[in-house]
Design a protein around this ligand. Structure first.
Ligand SMILES: Cc1cc2nc3c(=O)[nH]c(=O)nc-3n(C[C@H](O)[C@H](O)[C@H](O)COP(=O)(O)OP(=O)(O)OC[C@H]3O[C@@H](n4cnc5c(N)ncnc54)[C@H](O)[C@@H]3O)c2cc1C
Length: 405
């Protein structure tokens, strides 16, 4: 799904097929407003824009600076995290070197917060030459002997990534980085044990399922999600298959799907599928991005409507064997469906929470914490949104959360 955004850490490959196929089949989707932006993607040269720069760089002591050389993350520490955040640059450095008594530097605050701080620096004119900020690990030359070897040993893939793709030696000079769309918290609503959706026999796990990561996934948790819940989904799906016979496939439906899929070959010199996708990416990045507000999202809905019409006119050339243009033409339906759902869900959530931040409702609102926003496809094809209460959390779990505050 994040392929509907312009700057993404996974290129254009996530096109929301899982979400949109399940939605069309009648499954409920939940939490679709929660799209995670990773704070550090490469921003230069343009061909590598968005490629992820791992949190490991900041974990090893890398710091974020604006064009004036200021470590701006110290300026904006959310009160909730103040007790867990280093009071000084020196304490932050000790944390990265394994000092258990030190608190973490503000560069390691949550992804959404760091992404918003970077956006603010850029918007207020303190960004780097190509529209990001500087991530500097080379500065540790001041702290340790043989820093270059140390960096190459701890961050080999980052060293090679920047050397090969941007001709930057990160042991000597800072990287230019900026926020990149990274992960979709929303997805198919499933039963937590069986992973079955509202549609009997339709199972979902991983990034196209919802619920496990709440409003913002913590780094590293996706892989454990896949292992645990992928295994459950597989097990329950296999049992379901054993207990049920095959359903009948509607041949008329198959034929009309085939006809629709092949139509772009029949149209001549009409809309270009890549152009439609690029326009959609601009819309989502600019109007439903890291910081959202009502007027912009309403504009986004208008643009998505126009792009839907354009997507129905796209034409492609060539044949059916590996044809990226045709694949993009087929992706557009999913990208547009999911983009509209994200935008409508984001309009519905009139507060800021996790990865969803609204300029016009910048605080968390407890009332909104009591429900999920759920969407289903209505009988007339319209998107029907509802607010569905979140069951109260078990007392022992509530206590753990209180203790961790
Ligand atoms: C750069 C990057 C770094 C990350 N690093 C970490 C990390 O360190 N730790 C962590 O926990 N998480 C990380 N994540 C997140 C994690 O990798 C993903 O959330 C996870 O891999 C998603 O797995 P999945 O199986 O749910 O989906 P996917 O891996 O996207 O699998 C979906 C599959 O469905 C196929 N497919 C799509 N459409 C169709 C269709 N129409 N028909 C048939 N097949 C289709 C696709 O080809 C794909 O094989 C990272 C993500 C990115 C982008």
């Amino acid at each position: 799904m994040v392929g509907a955004y312009k700057i993404t850490s996974n290129s254009w490959e996530y096109t929301g097929d899982g979400h949109s196929l399940a939605y069309d089949a009648g499954a409920a989707l939940m939490d679709m407003e929660f799209v995670q932006f990773h704070p550090t993607g490469m921003i230069w040269p343009p061909s590598v824009r968005g490629i992820l720069v791992t949190e490991g760089v900041r974990g090893e002591g890398g710091v974020l600076r604006n064009r004036n050389g200021e470590r701006f993350m110290f300026k904006d520490i959310p009160p909730l995290y103040a007790n867990q955040t280093a009071d000084s640059e020196e304490e932050g450095w000790r944390y990265t070197q394994g000092d258990k008594d030190a608190k973490r530097p503000p560069e390691l605050l949550t992804r959404d917060h760091v992404a918003r701080c970077i956006r603010r620096e850029v918007r207020e004119g303190r960004g780097s030459p190509h529209g990001g900020v500087f991530l500097d690990i080379a500065w540790i030359n001041e702290k340790i002997a043989n820093a270059a070897e140390h960096i190459k040993k701890k961050l080999p893939s980052m060293y090679h990534q920047f050397k090969q793709l941007a001709d930057i030696d990160i042991t000597r000079e800072p990287m230019e980085v900026g926020p990149t769309t990274h992960y979709m918290m929303g997805g198919v609503r499933v039963d937590a044990d069986s992973q079955m959706s509202d549609v009997p026999g339709l199972f979902a796990a991983g990034e196209c399922a919802a619920g496990l990561h709440g409003a913002n996934r913590l780094g590293g948790n996706s892989l454990s999600d896949l292992l645990v819940f992928g295994q459950r989904a597989g097990e329950y799906a296999a049992n379901f298959a054993k207990e049920h016979s095959l359903c009948n496939v509607d041949n008329g439906e198959l034929k009309s799907t085939e006809t629709r899929a092949l139509q772009p070959f029949e149209r001549k010199n009409s809309e270009n599928p890549y152009a439609v996708q690029h326009k959609l990416q601009d819309v989502m990045q600019d109007l439903v991005g890291i910081v959202r507000q009502e007027q912009e999202m309403l504009q986004a809905l208008d643009r998505i409507r126009e792009l839907k019409t354009a997507s129905e006119r796209v034409s492609v050339e060539g044949n059916r064997e590996y044809n990226a243009g045709w694949h993009t033409a087929l992706d557009l339906y999913h990208l547009l469906t999911v983009s509209e759902i994200v935008t409508r869900a984001a309009l519905e959530r009139k507060e800021s929470r996790g990865a969803h931040f609204r300029d016009d409702f910048s605080e968390k609102n407890n009332q909104f914490g009591a429900f999920n926003i759920v969407v289903r496809k209505g009988a007339d094809g319209s998107m029907q949104f509802s607010r569905e209460p979140i069951p109260p959390m078990r007392l022992d779990l509530q206590q753990i959360i209180e203790e961790m505050k």
